[in-house]
Write a protein that binds this ligand. Structure first.
Ligand SMILES: [Ca+2]
Ligand SMILES: [Ca+2]
Ligand SMILES: [Ca+2]
Length: 277
């Protein structure tokens, strides 16, 4: 009987975690599985994503600005984004194609050491939920060690200014953005302050635990078909004013996706033929 209650408790706990750990409610997005012989080359050329059905691409109509009061009214003359996510059990990588049309690309550090246009990506690979940033009940040193451990937050410069890395992790695990864990390539032909279209192609490795001590002390998440992950992004569009973004356009519809994994949308890892397992 004891065993039964223990098992029931585990099942209930599992149900609670799954139910509480996603936004928006009732929405599940799909992650395209690349066939082994058709993995995308991370070179900034999006043509190898032509095999991905259009239904996998998430455009700006799915995003909400939850900070500047624009809600769902993204103006395509100001900003338009398409995001497609893929994966491969062979490489155990998540692949992203990000297309951004912007009326003013802000990345020149014109007014000091400011960040400019950002694509923020958050991944909770094992769908465990919970807080991953801003622990107010610990000292600063401990908080620095805890950030982005159970769920990783990447701030990607789109594009980076000269001399900057392509991204930074909102924690102490900057090794996550380097080989062999990640790869990236940009394609654009505009200058700072100009309009234009940017393509960013990148891959990252999902971690159940990413330690401040480095990869040797961390746990890679093994991706398998049918798994659900927590995954969200936000587009921080800086235009004329480099000190304040025009919108915090996010897929979660909750600003605090930048603190807790409970607010990340659900994504399912699809099989090769595009059918649920
Ligand atoms: Ca490519
Ligand atoms: Ca803009
Ligand atoms: Ca901009």
């Amino acid at each position: 009987m004891k065993t039964f209650f223990l098992a029931a408790g585990i099942v209930l706990l599992g149900v609670c975690v799954c139910v509480s750990a996603h936004y928006p409610k009732g929405v599940t997005y799909k992650v395209f599985q690349f066939p082994e012989d058709k993995l995308p080359k991370i070179d900034g050329d999006p043509s190898d994503w032509g095999i991905v059905p259009r239904s996998y691409t998430i455009d700006g109509s799915h995003l909400r600005d939850t900070v500047r009061g624009k809600g769902k009214n993204m103006d395509p003359k100001d900003l338009a984004v398409d995001v497609t996510v893929g994966w491969s059990p062979k490489t155990n990588r998540l692949y992203f194609l990000y297309k951004m049309s912007d009326d003013l690309h802000n990345f020149g550090r014109r007014e000091g050491d400011l960040r400019g246009d950002i694509f923020e990506v958050v991944i909770d690979a094992d769908h465990s939920g919970g807080r991953y940033h801003s622990f107010d009940d610990v000292d600063k040193e401990t908080e620095a060690k805890l950030k982005s451990t159970t769920c990783q937050n990447y701030h990607i410069f789109t594009p980076p200014a000269k001399g900057r890395p392509w991204a930074w992790v909102w924690g102490s695990q900057q090794w996550l953005i380097d080989a062999p864990w990640a790869e990236h390539a940009f394609r654009y032909d505009f200058k700072d302050g100009e309009p234009g279209v940017l393509y960013l192609e990148f891959s990252i490795t999902p971690f159940n635990y990413a330690s401040h001590l480095g990869p040797k002390y961390s746990a890679v998440h093994k991706m398998e078909e049918g798994q659900t992950m927590g995954l969200s992004w936000a587009v921080l569009d800086y235009d004329e004013d480099a000190r304040r973004y025009e919108g915090f356009w996010n897929l979660s519809h909750n600003t605090r996706m930048d603190r807790t994994a409970d607010l990340l949308p659900d994504f399912i890892l699809m099989p090769v033929k595009g059918k649920k397992k």
